[in-house]
Design a protein around this ligand. Structure first.
Ligand SMILES: Cc1ncc(COP(=O)(O)O)c(C=O)c1O
Length: 425
């Protein structure tokens, strides 16, 4: 018989689950248990030796089930399935995207290290870096999408701390502006500063396009992080996070997770297993809708500028990066409305189908105002440089009928337009 490599979407219903171990249940049950019974004291001892790294695993030995803060079948099956999309060796799931991100930063950084981070970042990540990591003595250098590989190498050298560079942390495309950077070029930078004794890590928050449309490990990233609250969960009914990377790095991430106790619950892992079954169909429909919405927005007279990967102009640097590293433009759009906060709020308040809420990647379309909501806490200078202004509006496009979404946007824009006209009469 010929062998066949199934696509990840074909494996989302089965991979990693053995129904014979669960009374033949076709669907994986929720293993709602805090602890697991050992067959013998010897087995318990062997499991702990592996869990605490007291000896290497035998050739076919797996970490046995011990306690749900360390491992649990729902978490492990979810982790195995997430690995398929990004072709990663291992994965760890967390109780939120922020716990995934903060655990990575805490595990791989120590006081005196230098962290380079891109801009803009999700507001929560920005806050953790600028207000927490700096407080415990991590040095931080912030870089921007318009700076070249050579510029950034010079900037790192100019800090005088290049020997302490431990990590570059990026979001691409960035939330909320869809700014895009070349992952491979940043991987060249981490390689430039790595030595035989020290690997400088490249960590990417892939929430905006992953896990379907961008695979950072392929371009030299070492670690990927997700807010699984977004596309992966996809129904705005749970909070979760995930980290992926090599087995060697993930041992460290999982160890810190065990001691911080910020692992995902079995119940939420089960919900995510269900979400993964429809991940591809949801995301395909969302990006198809978003392309239609972006095309509509681009030609509207009271919209100044649309930030959407599907509208990048051929021949530009951004377009070339997009073509190289992304497989679809995604379902996140942001745009500048003519005017300012007043006009932006007028538009948002008049939408009927969109829900006015933060978060993204879900089945329903959402709208928010980054400057006063998700990015309210980001330094004003940074926001200005990244064009996060009071006229910027962010849309997350859902799976509704595209005509309905466009109708809603059109009628809400019409209320702004008539107000603008009245004010100028
Ligand atoms: C790009 C990005 N990363 C991380 C997070 C944080 O994830 P969570 O809310 O699941 O903690 C968010 C949340 O909005 C996000 O948009």
């Amino acid at each position: 018989m010929k062998t066949h490599n199934f696509s990840p979407e074909s494996l989302m219903m089965s991979h990693g689950y053995n129904h014979e171990l669960s009374e033949g249940a076709v669907k994986c049950p929720i293993f709602q248990t805090s602890t697991f019974a050992f067959k013998s004291a010897e087995e318990g001892k062997a499991f702990f030796e592996i869990a605490y790294g007291l000896r290497d695993k035998g050739p076919k030995e797996e970490l046995g089930l011990i306690y749900s803060r360390i491992n649990n079948p729902n978490l492990e099956i979810l982790e195995n399935r997430l690995c398929l999309w990004d072709k990663s060796e291992d994965c760890a799931v967390f109780e939120s995207g922020m716990s995934a991100i903060s655990t990575v930063l805490l595990e791989f950084l120590k006081p005196g290290d230098l962290l380079v981070h891109g801009n803009p970042l999700y507001g929560g990540t920005d806050h953790f870096i600028e207000h927490f990591l700096t407080k415990i003595g991590v040095d931080v250098l912030s870089v921007h999408p318009d700076e070249s590989e050579e510029d950034i190498i010079k900037m790192i050298e100019a800090t005088g701390k290049s020997a302490n560079l431990a990590m570059i942390f990026l979001e691409t495309p960035a939330n909320p502006t869809n700014d895009i950077v070349d992952i491979e070029s940043y991987s060249n930078i981490t390689n430039h500063f790595s030595t035989d004794d020290k690997q400088v890590l490249l960590a990417i928050d892939n929430t905006y396009l992953g896990p379907l449309w961008q695979h950072p490990l392929k371009f030299g990233a070492d670690i990927i992080m997700y807010s699984a609250t977004k596309y992966i969960g996809g129904h705005s009914d749970l909070i979760a996070g995930a980290v992926l990377g090599s087995a060697e790095l993930m041992v460290r991430v999982k160890n810190l997770r065990t001691f911080l106790g910020n692992m995902l619950s079995p119940n939420t892992a089960w919900l995510l297993l269900r979400s993964l079954e429809t991940l591809k169909v949801r995301m395909d429909k969302q990006t198809k809708n978003a392309q239609q919405v972006a095309t509509f927005l681009e030609q509207h007279p009271i919209i100044e500028k649309v930030n959407y990967l599907g509208l990048l102009k051929e021949g530009t640097k951004e377009y070339n990066i997009y073509k190289k590293q992304c497989e679809a433009p995604g379902a996140m759009i942001s745009f500048d409305i003519k005017g300012g906060e007043k006009e932006a709020f007028q538009f948002i308040n008049n939408l009927k189908l969109f829900k006015m809420a933060v978060s993204l990647g879900s089945t329903e379309s959402l709208v928010e105002h980054p400057n006063s909501m998700t990015h309210a806490g980001v330094d004003a200078e940074h926001k200005k440089r990244m064009n996060i202004t009071d006229k910027l509006i962010r849309l997350s496009i859902g799976v509704e009928n595209a005509n309905d979404i466009i109708w809603d946007i059109e009628q809400a824009l019409a209320t702004v337009k008539s107000k603008l006209i009245l004010e100028h009469v």
